[in-house]
Design a protein around this ligand. Sequence first.
Ligand SMILES: *Cc1c(COP(=O)(O)O)cnc(C)c1O
Length: 388
Amino acid sequence: MTTTGVTPAAQAAPSVPPLNLAASFAAQRAELLAELTAVCDSGHYVLGPKVEAFEKALAEYCGARHALGVSSGTDALLLALMGLGVGPGDEVIVPAFTFFASAGVVARLGARPVFCDVEPRTFNIDVAQVERLISSKTRAIMPVHLYGQLADVAALGDLAQRRGVPIVEDAAQAIGARLTPADRRSAGAYGLSGALSFYPTKNLGALGDAGALLTDDDALLERCRKLRVHGSGHTYYHEQVGGNFRIDALQAAILAIRLRRLEAWTEARRERARRYTALLESSGLSPEFLRPPPEVRGRHVYHQYVCRAQRRDELVAHLRARGIGAMVYYPLPLHLQQCFGYLGHKPGDFPMSEEAARQVVALPLYPELTDAQQEAVVDALRRFYQPE
Ligand SMILES: *Cc1c(COP(=O)(O)O)cnc(C)c1O
């Protein structure tokens, strides 16, 4: 508080947090609280009618025959692989540049993650290289639609057919991404199965952990449905060893309400992404800073708006000092993670993944982001490259 009534802060650029989850809740507060109350009053807290209703709506939205609500995106991936019987001695091909869970689930089942480099433009698995990695032990290929842009699902589908290896999609960041506007299918529904995450920061977020598995395959669905509850078809009779991968009714009820808004939120993300691109283009930034390429494959749902920068860490520190929540997803590729040391990889094995890890920077992007905040982000970028 100052006595003049005009604070320097009043003229300063707005701060731009990396996320704004409370604002998203506030926008639907009454509706969400009413639904939470209804679930609390119902006495039905795990699986049950709210979960089934959400699964139906989700399958329809994604263009898959079935959706199975589970405890997290990680558990959806784990369940998809368990449903295929992946275990010790098996191999699963995964990109070297992705969130840890994509490969973590493979290792947890005792199988070997076989890393593949990524395409420089989209950061997604390089399908030309996948083919060379397929062996007699390959049980699945796991593309990750990183940042909300589809991997080359057409080429992967073709490869899967020719080589008889199923595709399990990690669609945690890409709900609603589709090849063409007329495509009934969307991310997670192109492969034999796909995993979605509803972690609160994802495009469709719960108020805690949740996820879903998508598939058209009736037999796989039934195996996974049992594995979700310790491998039991009838309570207390176990056909296989599964786990507790159940979703809460509270989360499903919230997600069902939010799913109805998802198209509008996705369009808001896309509109803000276009605006960033236009602002960056007209700001004459240094060639050291590369804005993202245009959409390469179908509808990008912009879970993140990711650019590349030389001197990335210096840039991130500069932005953060100015209240801009720039983030790095992800600073170390998976083949160089300590826990995968036993796989024997070394720097240089996956050059595109390593370069991405050195260069990527995500600018804040969410439906609630204002024009003034976007201008503040681009202005702070300009100051880094053209210091006064
Ligand atoms: C978030 C995420 C996951 C894991 O989802 P959780 O719900 O956090 O378990 C897996 N893969 C990718 C690419 C993700 O972004």
